[in-house]
Design a protein around this ligand. Structure first.
Ligand code: HEM
Length: 423
């Protein structure tokens, strides 16, 4: 990669990489600690569990199947360099940094002297690994979709990587959408997630700039049977009928890209869809409990499907009461159910967000930062198309940002995320 000196600090990215390795946060440390927990499953190693560390290296990227912790910072970047060597170098440096950060170790961006620009920014000191996961993805624009083929990667584009279509009723802000690269950082502590994005943004300096970012709190789903179902900001349990990573067959069928699905560099990866969905609280809060339950199709307190008693009772879409469907025709869980969608399923892994109101609007700006992972973006597109046309929840929500990223498989210690793309 090009090692342009940074005139502000006098260090180069190459020296940053070397110094990171020299200080024990690179390849050697990976060999010692990288095997302690596998991101392919819930960490099994006692030491890793004590430390709440989720290994960065592994066959799959962490942050997809791994149980979501409570906080997330998500960032999208645009490449300012047109050099494929710079892109490769950036992914290498991000991978070295991510391996260190997920162990709770500082990462020297360019200087090993604390307090000197380029040293670790320091705000996560003492907070430990905090279950940090770092997940990297590539946007359609990286492959020349909608613009020039800056990196000559068009021939390597998975056919699934196009811009998401326009859906009925959405109001998408392009400035908060899309991007060449994304990083999803999830952690038990918001400052650990922030620190990860802060550090990776520093590393990207001169090669990629931050396009948009989104903080999230309160996971809105579970991806493991070990996790209780959380509530989202409309007060309903969310994630009851999600795919769980323990269901390896469903993960292969619906989440992980399989051999033959497209280019081999994506096998073992997954496609990430992000949608910033504002909840229109003035309308929602004016809706009574019964009305809210009919919109979702579940009971608010227990999470049970209408017509059922317990949260995990099966959803019976055929059940009638007085000749009418108990779960209304426009209920969210009817329209998003696999039965209504030709068997399509997705892995939901979103977070709630809350931001300052638009000045003068007097309205809460909060909602769901929806994230789903799927083997093919078509799964999301098909489900969302049906929802956008008929979901009763549409009167209470507005999609304001949208993005699609291809998250390649995980990397080996000493390798880097997306390595196969450059093979
Ligand atoms: C603010 C927006 C949204 C809210 C508040 C919301 C809320 C919920 C709730 C409370 C459930 C029932 C519990 C569960 O099974 O997880 C649910 C289920 C579900 N939602 Fe959403 N959701 C939203 C947007 C979306 C979007 C955009 C999609 C996909 C395009 C989606 C897909 C699903 C799916 C697949 C299910 C499970 C259906 C089943 O198999 O029973 N949701 N959602």
């Amino acid at each position: 990669m090009k090692s342009a000196p940074d005139t502000r600090t006098g260090f180069t990215r190459r020296s940053a990489l070397l110094s990171a390795t020299a200080f024990g946060v690179g390849v050697a440390a990976d060999r010692v600690l990288g095997q302690s927990s596998s991101n392919d499953e819930v960490p099994a190693d006692a030491e890793a569990m004590q430390q709440n560390a989720v290994a960065f290296n592994g066959p799959r990227q962490a942050g997809i199947a791994t149980p979501p912790p409570e906080f997330m910072t998500f960032a999208a970047f645009d490449l300012t360099s047109g050099s494929i060597d710079d892109l490769r170098g950036l992914l290498q440096e991000w991978s070295v940094a991510a391996a260190a950060l997920t162990k709770g170790q500082p990462h020297q961006v360019g200087s090993d002297v604390p307090g000197v620009p380029g040293s670790d920014p320091g705000e996560a000191d003492g907070l430990g690994p905090a279950s940090l996961t770092i997940t990297v993805g590539f946007g359609p624009s990286l492959f020349g979709v909608g613009g020039p083929d800056r990196f000559r990667l068009r021939s390597r584009r998975p056919s699934a990587m196009t811009q998401l279509p326009v859906f009925q009723g959405e109001s998408i802000d392009p400035a908060r959408s899309n991007g060449d690269l994304c990083v999803q950082a999830c952690a038990d502590h918001p400052q650990v997630a922030f620190h990860a994005i802060h550090t990776l943004t520093l590393i990207a300096g001169g090669i990629a700039t931050l396009r948009w970012s989104q903080d999230g709190f309160g996971r809105t789903s579970s991806t493991s049977r070990s996790q209780a179902t959380p509530r989202n900001l409309i007060g309903f349990k969310d994630g009851t009928n999600n795919i769980r990573f323990e269901d390896a067959g469903a993960m292969d069928d619906y989440v992980w890209v399989q051999p033959g699905d497209g280019p081999s560099w994506m096998v073992g990866g997954s496609y990430l869809v992000a949608r910033r969905i504002k909840i229109l609280f003035d309308v929602w809060d004016a809706t009574g409990l019964e009305g809210q339950e009919e919109i979702i199709g579940r009971q608010k307190q227990s999470g049970a499907p209408l017509g059922g008693e317990k949260e995990h009772d099966p959803v019976d879409l055929a059940a009638l009461r007085a000749g009418r469907p108990i779960i209304p025709p426009d209920a969210h869980i009817r329209l998003s159910n696999p039965e209504t969608n030709g068997g399509r399923r997705i892995l939901r892994r979103g977070y709630s967000f809350s931001e300052p109101p638009e000045p003068g609007s007097g309205q809460i700006d909060a909602g769901l930062f929806f994230i789903s992972f799927q083997r093919d973006p078509e799964q999301f597109v098909s489900i969302q198309r049906g929802l956008s046309e008929s979901d009763a929840l549409n009167r209470h929500t507005l999609h304001t940002a949208s993005a699609l990223f291809a998250c390649p498989p995980g990397s080996k210690p000493g390798g880097f995320i997306g390595e196969g793309l450059f093979a």
